[in-house]
Design a protein around this ligand. Structure first.
Ligand code: CU
Length: 119
């Protein structure tokens, strides 16, 4: 019985150590929702801070689209009915294009936006 109590106590203590570890107390990463449809992204202008990670939550209102920001090495397909997440850590300041890279119809070439990365 005593052994069981000791193990339970150790388990509880271990949980406390994990729960209060300062390493887990960091700010949650910013989430930016982007929706895609023929032939635009909403929003199509995004401002990020250099070195600060963000999570993009990508959804599609109609069909399969692509999201590609080559300068940020960020690319994924966006499937309808599903949320696709993409973590981005901007490494340089500037204005970078993103665009749909899965052909989606006659307005596909104009389906793009800008990511501005500030200091
Ligand atoms: Cu497209």
């Amino acid at each position: 019985m005593r052994g069981t109590a000791t193990i339970a106590l150790l388990a509880a203590f271990g949980f406390l150590v994990v729960a209060f570890n300062p390493g887990n107390a960091s700010e949650p990463e910013q989430v930016i929702k982007i929706s895609a449809k023929k032939f635009e992204f909403m929003p199509n202008q995004i401002t990020l801070k250099k070195g600060v990670p963000v999570v993009l939550e990508l959804t599609s209102e109609d069909r399969v689209h692509g999201f590609n920001a080559p300068d940020l090495r960020a690319r994924t397909a966006i499937l309808p009915g599903k949320t696709t997440t993409l973590r981005v850590v901007p490494e340089k300041v500037g204005s970078f294009d993103f665009f749909c890279d899965i052909f989606c119809g006659s307005g596909h070439e104009g389906m793009n936006g800008k990511i501005n990365v500030t200091e």
